[in-house]
Design a protein around this ligand. Structure first.
Ligand SMILES: [Zn+2]
Length: 98
C-alpha cells in the first residue's frame, strides 16, 4: 500500500474531474467542477481511514453529501474508463486496488 495513498487518489481525482469538465463543459476546470474537486479533496483529508482507506466507491462510510455524491459518480462513470487510455498506469493501480 503506497504511503501517500491520499495524495495519489487526489491526483487521480483531479485528472478525472478535469477530463470530465473539458468534455462536458468545454473547460479545463469550471467553477462548479472546481467546487466538486475541492469538496472531494476535503472528504479525502477527513477520511477516517487515512492511508488505509479503500477507494471511495468501495467505502462503507458514505461521507459525501447526496448532491456531491451524484456529481462525483457522473465524473467517475465518464472518466473512469477513459483514464485507462490516457494513463494506463494510474488506471491499473486503480483496478488492482479495488
Ligand atoms: Zn465543469
Amino acid at each position: 500500500m503506497p504511503k501517500n495513498r491520499i495524495d495519489f487518489e487526489k491526483k487521480l481525482l483531479r485528472k478525472m474531474v478535469a477530463m470530465y469538465c473539458k468534455k462536458k463543459h468545454g473547460n479545463p476546470l469550471c467553477p462548479d467542477c472546481r467546487r466538486l474537486l475541492d469538496y472531494a479533496s476535503q472528504r479525502l483529508d477527513a477520511c477516517i481511514f487515512g492511508n488505509d482507506k479503500t477507494f471511495c466507491s468501495k467505502c462503507t462510510v458514505h461521507c459525501y453529501k447526496p448532491a456531491m455524491r451524484d456529481s462525483i459518480k457522473k465524473v467517475m462513470r465518464y472518466s473512469g474508463p477513459r483514464l485507462l487510455y490516457c494513463d494506463p498506469l494510474a488506471a491499473l493501480r486503480h483496478i488492482f486496488n479495488k
